[in-house]
Design a protein around this ligand. Structure first.
Ligand code: PEP
Ligand code: MG
Length: 885
């Protein structure tokens, strides 16, 4: 195998491996590409990622064949440049850089000016005619090589430099003379020798192999490993090493170095964007030692800066650069992020890659590049990360604002919110009424916090995962939420929360970033979303490509409205128990749950019936013309039992029962494992009157809407937590019976469907039989994940993070479907359901319905629709389109 590929020289091979990122890494492949299309690239060579893997596997040894390949490649650079590596009269100097398939902070990045030593520095001074430049380059080399390759603390060198500047009374590096640098080089080498116990390496070959070994070794550094784990990058990839002839941006005032983007990466505008520094080397721009200057005159003027832009200071070089920008964009058909150097008026390209961008910029560029004929619509659709749309759907933190991060929890519901911390829902409501913005801070939330959650700008909980009550409800409401912030301890009585040594008292201002999970002290300015223009254009393109429908999980007219604005094509899940979270209604639900007998329940149900009916009417009206799936009651009882004396007292007043009686009843209803307890269809089986009331409310509402609007809704009635065909059979018969009664009473009929959720492994396994009774299946992957993994969705936050960090699950299985495991049950359920009933309607309504990777899986197994919370609808539309492409 060939392990070394040259670029930009005289002996460039046409082996396609040279431009293959998997072999020569992102940086190496792009350098080869740029050189081959005639751009000015200093000659160099790349040692492949395969060599890195081999080197690390075989115990950090370079074999002779590699040494021979490197020698040949180095010769080619020497021939091209007309200088020799290590020549004391006129030395070739090189840069050494790492470059994996994807750019990866955490690895060794760059060593410049390699090849300098006490002899070659003299030659460099003579040839360049600039002693100061030569010694400045040498000290940079000692400094960087010691830091990056030899692992010495760079602070040691900075300290020496600072002391030298102080002694001389200098402010700026620019003021140091050739002799000053000469003295500092001596001192730097002494520091290195003292720390290393051996002299700083003088032999250029030793320097080179040291740097190559350091690049390979950095692939296995702790920092790189952490980064790989967080970004799903396999350790087996390895990194390439790029060795390239130096060009100098620090050769006086006709030289410069800079970084640039072919379009503005923040706004997407088609303007050149970047920074440069005159008489400097690459790391000066990044290190922030000197303030970089603007690339274009326009940008300088907008910023009101005085230092001349490159366009003004170096019009020739700028003209060369602008041509290169255009060529690169035409070639790569994407916005490029570029590093360049100008050496005495001549432009050299050191790197290009597809540039990172904000969601807003991504949309603008994709849409405009289609108009420019650079890319087609399918490419534009593919190029947008659906999750990044989140940034656009909620007010977001101003990215330029400063953040004082206290802790990071789970990014449970995106968007940004600032407000005063309050520790209970009632206070939240009272404060909001008097015009304050609040953040509701709770250990975890429960249904009786709903009014507070609604009032609050954002919700912060110490416990609970991505599908905890707080997370699901907050996403539904579009409230930013950070859940499971385990560093947070809350003393509710004292109204104090603590994070480490920081105390947060009631009224202290907090900011939440629900997209990152960050919790910040103080307020951070936000910017508003924009759903028109490029966003709308791209969405129309996406809709033209997708096969699956996108519905929403919603239970209030307000949520329905938002979801429709976001493009929802129906309701996939209306959780009827959520309709009772309202303070005024929850007591009727509690009364029903706590009733001792059928008669007691019927009294409570009689109060709920008109409320349900008007709820459904409102939803049918809001969703006119679209399918609406209504799930009958499925509350794990613990979510609804009263807590605390006040709630019991209130309930006692309403029901006429004594507090003691109610408490005893609540004790009786206590369940050890409520998620697997008396919930779902089990409630319907044991207390049929509950489902009868709901069915009655649905049919009456539907008929009333049909009569009033002439547009008859087609309700899809869904039975939760079914495990057996018999359960569904009994409950479908119940629904049909009520339909018959309502139709007879009203003297008219409507169409309706009865179907079931598939959220238990048994239901998936028995889907063939269950489909005999079900017109549709909706995969409830929240419970299906919980029951398949045997992991409680409400308790998972405490241990799931380490599980993901250790790679036991690649991602939180409550966020992104465990395709390997739970996915099998979904696929099997879908297949068996279709085998029985070929036209069965199949959808998903767990949180996974809004997760792009899970949506791609749904496309693969042929579901008819996905259903996601309102703010995820656009994400699902785009993800469904990408899945179909
Ligand atoms: C589910 O279990 O996936 C589901 C959608 O129902 P819920 O989250 O209400 O239990
Ligand atoms: Mg469920």
């Amino acid at each position: 195998t060939q392990y070394v590929y040259t670029f930009g020289g005289t002996a460039v091979s046409d082996d396609p491996r040279a431009k293959d990122k998997t072999i020569t890494g992102g940086k190496g492949a792009n350098l080869a590409e740029m050189a081959s299309i005639g751009l000015p690239v200093p000659p160099g060579f790349t040692i492949t990622t395969e060599m890195c893997v081999k080197y690390l596997a075989e115990g950090a040894n370079f074999d002779d064949s590699l040494r021979a390949e490197v020698a040949t490649a180095l010769n080619d650079i020497e021939r091209t440049v007309g200088k020799k590596f290590g020549d004391p009269a006129d030395p070739l100097l090189v840069s050494v850089r790492s470059g994996a398939r994807v750019s990866m902070p955490g690895m060794m990045d760059t060593v410049l000016n390699l090849g300098l030593n006490d002899d070659t520095v003299v030659g460099l001074a003579a040839v360049s005619g600039d002693e100061r430049f030569a010694w400045d380059s040498y000290r940079r080399f000692v400094q960087m090589y010691s830091d990056v390759v030899l692992g010495l603390d760079h602070g040691l060198f900075e300290e020496a430099l600072e002391i030298a500047k102080e002694d001389k009374g200098y402010y700026n590096d620019i003021e140091l003379t050739a002799d000053d640098w000469k003295a500092l080089v001596a001192e730097f080498k002494e520091v290195a020798e003292r720390e290393l116990g051996r002299p700083f390496p003088q032999d250029p070959a030793e320097q080179l192999w040291g740097a190559i070994a350091a690049v390979f070794g950095s692939w296995d550094s702790e920092r790189a490993k952490v980064y790989r784990r967080l970004n799903d990058i396999p350790g087996s990839w390895g990194t390439a090493v790029n060795v390239q002839a130096m060009v100098f941006g620090n050769m006086g005032d006709t030289s410069a170095t800079g970084v640039a983007f072919t379009r503005d990466p923040a706004t997407g505008e088609r303007v050149y964007y970047g920074e440069y520094l005159i008489n400097a080397q690459g790391e000066d721009v990044v290190a922030g030692i000197r303030t970089p200057q603007y690339l274009t005159k326009a940008a300088r003027e907008v910023a009101g800066a005085t230092a001349p832009s490159m366009e003004e200071a170096m019009p020739d070089a700028y003209g060369q650069l602008a041509k290169v920008f255009d060529l690169l964009e035409k070639h790569y058909r994407d916005m490029q992020d570029i590093e360049f150097t100008v050496q005495q008026g001549t432009l050299w390209m050191l790197q290009t890659r597809s540039g990172k961008r904000t969601a807003k910029a991504a949309l603008k560029m994709a849409v405009e590049m289609v108009a420019e004929g650079l890319i087609d619509e399918a490419t534009a659709i593919r190029r947008i990360d659906p999750m990044a749309l989140d940034q656009l759907l909620h007010p977001t933190l101003d990215p330029t604002a400063e953040r004082h991060v206290l802790t990071v929890g789970l990014p449970a519901s995106p968007g940004a919110a600032s407000g005063k911390a309050v520790f209970d829902a009632d206070t939240a409501e009272v404060w909001v009424e008097r015009g304050e913005d609040v953040i509701l801070v709770r250990v975890e939330t429960s249904p009786e916090d709903i009014h507070g959650m609604h009032a609050a700008k954002g919700i912060l909980t110490a416990r609970g995962g991505m599908t905890s009550h707080a997370a699901v409800v907050a996403r539904g409401m579009g409230r930013p939420c950070v859940s499971g912030a385990s560093a947070l301890s809350i003393d509710r009585k004292a109204k104090i929360a603590r994070i480490g040594s920081t105390e947060i008292r009631e009224g202290d201002v907090l900011t939440l970033d629900g997209s990152t999970g960050e919790v910040m002290l103080g307020s951070v300015p936000t910017i508003e979303p924009e759903l028109v223009g490029d966003f709308a254009t791209l969405m129309v393109w996406a809709d033209g490509q997708r096969r699956m429908k996108v519905r929403t999980n919603a239970e209030t007219p307000a949520d329905c409205k938002i979801a429709r604005q976001f493009g929802a094509e129906g309701i996939g899940l209306c959780r009827t128990e959520h309709m009772f979270f309202d303070a005024s209604r929850i007591s009727s639900v509690r009364q029903m749950i706590l009733a001792e007998d059928k008669q007691g329940r019927e009294m409570a149900l009689a109060k709920l019936l008109p409320e349900q009916r008007s709820d459904f009417k409102a939803i049918f009206t809001e969703m006119a013309g679209l399918p609406v799936t209504i799930r009958l009651l499925d509350p794990p009882l613990h979510e609804f039992l009263p807590h605390g004396d006040t709630e019991f007292e209130e309930l006692a007043e309403i029901t006429g029962y004594g507090v003691d009686h109610l408490k005893r009843r609540a004790d009786e209803l206590h369940e050890f494992n409520p998620m697997l307890g008396h919930r779902g269809c089990r409630l319907g089986i044991t207390f049929p009157e509950i489902y009868e009331m709901q069915a009655q409310a649905i049919f009456e509402a539907a008929i009333e809407v049909a009569v009033e609007s002439g547009d008859a809704p087609v309700p899809e009635i869904m039975i939760p937590l079914v495990a057996t065909k018999r359960e569904l059979e009994i409950l479908k018969a119940l629904v049909d019976k009520i339909a018959g009664e309502v139709f007879a009473a009203k003297g008219s009929t409507i169409e309706y469907l009865v179907g079931t959720m598939i959220e238990l492994p048994r239901a998936a396994l028995m889907a063939g039989e269950i489909a005999e009774e079900a017109a549709f299946f909706s995969f409830g992957t929240n419970d299906l994940t919980q029951t398949t993994l045997g992991v409680s969705r409400d308790d998972a936050a405490r241990f799931l993070n380490p599980y993901v960090e250790k790679g036991i699950y690649p991602r939180d299985p409550f966020v992104s479907l465990d395709i390997e495991g739970v996915g099998q049950l979904v696929e099997l359920g879908a297949d068996r359901g279709r085998a029985t009933r070929p036209d069965i309607k199949l959808g998903i309504c767990g949180e996974h319905g809004g997760d792009p990777a899970s949506i791609a899986f749904c496309e693969k197994v042929g579901l008819d629709y996905v259903s996601a919370s309102p703010y995820r609808v656009p994400i699902a539309r785009l993800a469904a389109a990408q899945a179909a492409l």
